[in-house]
Design a protein around this ligand. Sequence first.
Ligand SMILES: [Zn+2]
Length: 277
Amino acid sequence: MKSVNNNLIFTPENINTSSESGVSIVLRNQEFLTSKASEFLIFEEDDLKWSEMEFKDNQFIGYLDNKPCFLQELTDGSLIAEEATLSPLRNLLGRIPDSLFTICSRAIQLSDWKRNNQFCGVCGSKMNSHETERAMFCDCNNLMIYPRISPCVIVLVTNGEDLLLAHNKNFPGTFYSTLAGFIEAGESAESAIHREIYEEVKVTVKNIKYYGSQSWPFPSQLMLGYHAEYLDGNIQPDGVEIDKAEWFNYKNLPQVPTGNISISGQLIESYIKKLSP
Ligand SMILES: [Zn+2]
């Protein structure tokens, strides 16, 4: 077993050109094999060879500290070691180092993509993995299906010392966050920001500034984070997605996400830092 620390370097790649022996992470039914002691598990080749686990598929996902790194998928009924347990990715958020979260995020999206693209959408035939690209392939129309990510905007709207935060109907209790939404086909990120904010809370904004991005694999979003300044309008939650939205002074915030977990938390923390350095 390989020990896990904060200094692991992961580089995503599609084709393995290394002859070194690899390391693996293990997934069963979209859940990661971890130890009961809450440690994340990275297996050396020998660990898997002698285990009684039953595998149905594997994919090369990149290099971990220059070693080839694989996602190994267990059959649904495979046994797992007694000291191990299965954890959904959400439970690992904030509990494992960022580099490992990147690996898991990539692994689960590639697993989903392959599972959901077994058959061609044009002719219905079984699709195959392409030999030189990360794509599922069908001869009928030279159809290539690449892993798909869905870009979203996530925006902290501010007005001086006040932050506009919203409570989504699906959030627990009094948890508030920044506004977010999917970018529509044909739309720019900036247009999506104006449209989403107006749809969700009937407010207009100005001075949109890009902050950074985060992969959010629930199931396959790429969150593009922005700060924006309030321009006009009174807050009116749409009542569909958002049931409450309010201005909060930065010194008196409700329960919000933390920066070590999500870009929403980073948008909030970076703005507060600017107000009170
Ligand atoms: Zn086809």
